[in-house]
Design a protein around this ligand. Structure first.
Ligand code: B12
Ligand code: SF4
Length: 521
């Protein structure tokens, strides 16, 4: 077997950046899979260089001059940077592969710029690609394992890569772990709604936790499970067997339906310091929030009571809300969220605008059938940019209400109320910093900029109203400025994508054909 020089890039951010938040926290948002892929490749005797890109690194310097294959892990918001990097490394003679959320959501588009585009990725698939390591152009291969890997390399096996990433986090160091993949719930807007729930081996989890206890005085672990604690007792038993009470601080995303008082007490006992429950909507998804058919103000009351109960035990709570769902109409959803904040001052609210990421979720097909998806350049497409035309709002009304809600949420009054309501020092100050950062008042500024542009720029407005698919010049200017030197490497046409590619792929696929294990298209 030929020994290859393999580069792996984890794009934590979408452009060069020197912000303080990025400096302090960037490396803590690294993904697990690039480290996993690095470990699998190194096991085979290849020379591997992993770079976690937080916006400060010089990627050309950090990767060897001559790499045979470069794997890039990217969210959609970093896709244009990934495309630019692919063309840059291809020009230097490398083969390129894309994995991660963007590859799962927009494979048809990514195939134009990469030799391989990966969906579910297991070890066999990586070894297959490394063995092939060939150019596939003009259209790359779209490959996928049948499902997520059943097993991942242990923390000790990927420690070299974890350690080098954490070296970039100067104060707070957070290790990402997974105890499960997929989810048993079926929220139709979610990428995991059709991915079967799959717990990972409990003994492996215990081994990972014990290993970390030997590395840090007080480790901090973030569970990247889409929904932590589905098999609650199993997860807690494993933690209790491996970790003396309170020796590790944990952070997890979990649905409210799993967070009964008994469960929360056990989470407190086991050192859970931050929870991120999804509330999503006041007019739907009652199963997730244990509110059944209750909606509107009644749901606000119930959920607020629930969150206040959790706050008695767990010092940091971020509540996740989705804005712009089809069930929302008029001022009520926004006013109800404000009411929720008044009743629950200890929680930090995080808002995701309804974004239909390509083929991520079943609901996206419906949006595409109804011709409601806008072709925003990927660079601006994250949870802060809604790419679905709202069902019951004009864009102007939507942004007015959104700006009002955002300003209310991160106003000096709410910041003070949150500060007083939080008992512990770190959560208190974290909430203050976040409220002033790009996640808080920064968002209000961004939405205000969009709203102003809608008023003053005809081509911008026409794009939002779906009267044209031409990318407004101002958006192009923003992206060019942000990408800096990488703009020059952006392939022609990369600012454009087909917003209905998922629908088209469904229409073109024949249900009676059998799909080979790896080649999806
Ligand atoms: C944990 C999580 C986070 C964590 C950790 C992020 C991280 N760096 O991994 C935090 C809270 C930091 C986070 C932040 C954000 N997130 Co997030 N997050 C998730 C979540 C809940 C789980 C992802 C996960 O780790 N799954 C476990 C892994 C093993 O599975 P997987 O991701 O499906 O990966 C498989 C393949 O894609 C492949 N693969 C994955 N990575 C790579 C890399 C390489 C090199 C290769 C070869 C293969 C490969 O292998 C895996 C095994 O099959 C998902 C929702 C979900 N339910 O999946 C959203 C999700 C990934 N996030 C999303 C978004 C939008 C964001 C933010 C942009 C939000 C924002 N600010 O607007 C930020 C971006 C942060 C960043 N750049 O790092 C979207 C992504 C959509 C998209 N197409 O971009 C998702 C899908 C949720 C959604 N809205 O639908 N997130
Ligand atoms: S939104 Fe949460 S609970 Fe619903 S399917 Fe996705 S991960 Fe599961």
């Amino acid at each position: 077997m030929r020994k290859l020089s393999i580069g792996i890039i984890d794009l934590v951010t979408k452009a060069p950046s020197k912000t303080m938040w990025g400096r302090v926290m960037g490396a803590n948002f690294a993904s697990i899979m690039p480290q996993v892929v690095a470990t699998w490749c190194e096991e085979q005797g290849h020379e591997v260089t992993l770079v976690t890109y937080t916006g400060r690194e010089d990627l050309l310097r950090e990767l060897p001059e001559k790499v045979d294959i470069v794997f890039i892990g990217s969210f959609t918001e970093a896709a244009l940077l990934a495309y630019a990097l692919s063309s840059l490394f291809r020009a230097r003679g490398a083969v390129t592969a894309l994995g991660g959320p963007h590859a799962r959501c927009y494979p048809q588009d990514a195939q134009k710029y990469f030799d391989y585009v990966l969906g579910f990725t297991d070890k066999a698939l990586i070894l297959e690609i490394v063995a092939d390591c060939a150019q596939h152009r003009p259209l790359g291969l779209h490959l996928s394992a049948a499902r997520h890997p059943v097993q991942l390399p242990s923390v000790s096996e990927r420690w070299k890569f974890i350690e080098q990433t954490l070296r970039k986090a100067p104060f707070i160091k957070i290790v990402p772990l997974l105890s499960s993949l997929g989810c048993p719930y079926t929220c139709d807007f979610c990428i995991d709604s059709s991915v079967p729930y799959q717990p990972l081996d409990a003994d492996a989890m215990k081994e990972d936790l014990r290993f970390l206890l030997g590395k840090f005085k007080r480790p901090r672990v973030a569970w990247h499970d889409p929904n932590f604690g589905v098999l609650f007792d199993r997860s807690m038993d494993a933690i209790e067997e491996a970790v003396p009470p309170g020796r590790i601080d944990f952070i997890a995303e979990s649905t409210l339906s799993l967070l009964s008082e008994k469960h929360v007490q056990r989470l407190k006992h086991n050192g859970f310091k931050a929870l991120l429950p999804g509330i999503e909507s006041w007019f739907g998804l009652g199963n997730k929030s244990r509110t059944g058919k209750t909606t509107g103000i009644e749901k606000v009351g119930k959920v607020s009571e629930h969150i206040n109960m959790i706050l008695k035990y767990v010092p940091y709570i971020q509540t996740n809300h989705i804005v712009g769902l089809d069930g929302d109409e008029g001022p009520e959803p926004f006013e109800l969220t404000k009411r929720f904040l008044d009743l629950t001052p200890g929680a930090f609210p995080a808002y995701s605008l309804l974004s239909a990421f390509g083929q991520a979720a079943p609901l996206n097909l419906k949006f595409q059938q109804d011709n409601r998806v806008l072709p925003f350049p990927f660079h601006v497409l994250s949870n802060t940019q809604m790419n679905v035309r709202p069902r019951h709002y004009s864009w102007l009304e939507f942004y007015d209400r959104l700006i009002d809600l955002t300003k209310y949420s991160y106003s000096p009054r709410m910041i003070l109320r949150r500060f007083v309501a939080n008992g512990e020092t770190i959560p208190r100050w974290l909430n203050v910093v976040r409220a002033f950062s790009s996640e808080g008042s920064g968002r209000a500024k961004y939405y205000t900029k969009i709203r102003r542009q809608l008023d003053t720029d005809r081509s911008f407005r026409r794009f939002f109203e779906q009267e044209t698919t031409e990318i407004p010049q101002i958006l192009e200017q923003w992206i060019r400025k942000d990408l800096g030197k990488f703009w020059d490497w952006l392939p022609d046409g990369a600012l454009l994508h087909d917003p209905n590619a998922y629908l088209l792929s469904q229409q073109n696929s024949c249900s009676s054909c059998s799909v080979p294990r790896t080649n999806v298209t």
